[in-house]
Design a binder for this molecule. Structure first.
Ligand code: PAF
Length: 284
């Protein structure tokens, strides 16, 4: 398998592939790969001549230093998982100094307000960090298509905005959330859950599904109160926020407007671990 550590070497290699007329698919990750990541990679392998997967725990998007320190790093296992899918996959495993040209800091972005909602409020600087790393990765990889999971739905909308605002010739492909058999959304952070918290965590999706049923008839305020009270009553879970927002603008909804698309967005702490999930809400 080809593994690149330096921007320039990968960029040159990509240029040679492009000169041969090859299409490039790209899956950016922070490693600790699970089936959700592999679903993105499988889609890219299917759609493109060549697939690049980046593995980089990007320091600029962490607002919590402890989370950055404890983020799982499993490069060897990640490599074997990717190799099993296809030995043709190109891995970009950047050296942080080289990647950031010695200055590990974020650029500031205006994503037309998408960055100020939900995760933007709770994780200051997070989307500047994500925008910075993804823009730089796109410059090196120059993909035709890039794959992002819907679990981080706000991130997905922000990346679409990044591409639109910078006129990048890249198609962003959203991939539905991949869940454990018990409903817990797959996340690299799940492996850090204690046994009790792991057992409690599927409750988050159960409550989200109940909120989707309520959305058919109830008003938004009632649904929000239901989710808040139900999660708060759970001994092992602590709600950070539940929001019902418009899918496009991500602005909180106060009432349902026919024709608009809504989602329920939730963040819950299971012990020390911050879990994020969302669900599509359809009004009958
Ligand atoms: O979703 C992630 O894993 C990260 O935010 C990303 C897109 C790889 C940027 O570091």
């Amino acid at each position: 398998m080809k593994v690149f550590r330096y921007k320039k070497e990968l960029k040159n290699y990509i240029e040679s592939l492009k000169n041969q007329g090859k299409s490039i698919g790209f899956v950016p990750t922070m490693g600790a790969l699970h089936q959700g990541h592999l679903a993105l990679v499988k889609n890219s392998l299917k759609d493109n001549d060549k697939t690049v997967v980046s593995i980089f725990v990007n320091p600029t998007q962490f607002d919590n230093p402890d989370d950055l320190k404890k983020y799982p790093r499993t490069f060897k296992t990640d490599m074997s998982l990717l190799k099993e899918l296809s030995p043709e996959i190109i891995i970009f495993y950047p050296d942080a100094e080289d990647f950031y040209d010695g200055k590990i800091q974020s650029e500031h972005f205006d994503f037309d307000g998408l960055e100020n909602e939900m995760e933007g409020k709770h994780r200051p600087g997070h989307f500047d960090g994500v925008g910075t790393v993804v823009k730089k990765l796109f410059e090196v990889v120059q993909p035709d298509k890039a794959y992002f999971g819907e679990k981080d739905f706000q991130q997905l909308q922000i990346i679409k905005k990044l591409v639109e605002k910078h006129h990048l010739p890249i198609k962003i492909i959203p991939i539905p959330i991949y869940r454990e058999p018990d409903g817990l959304a797959m996340s690299s952070r799940n492996r850090r859950l204690t046994q009790h918290h792991r057992a409690a965590a599927p409750f988050i999706y159960q409550v989200l599904k109940q909120s989707a049923v309520l959305f058919e008839k109830e008003n938004i305020d009632t649904i929000k109160k239901f989710v808040e009270n139900t999660i708060d009553a759970h001994a092992y879970l602590k709600l950070e926020y539940f929001e019902i927002a418009d899918e496009q603008t991500l602005k909180p909804a106060t009432q349902k407007i026919t024709g608009n698309k809504y989602r329920g967005f939730i963040v819950v702490y299971a012990g020390e671990i911050r879990l994020i999930d969302n669900i599509e809400l359809i009004s009958k």
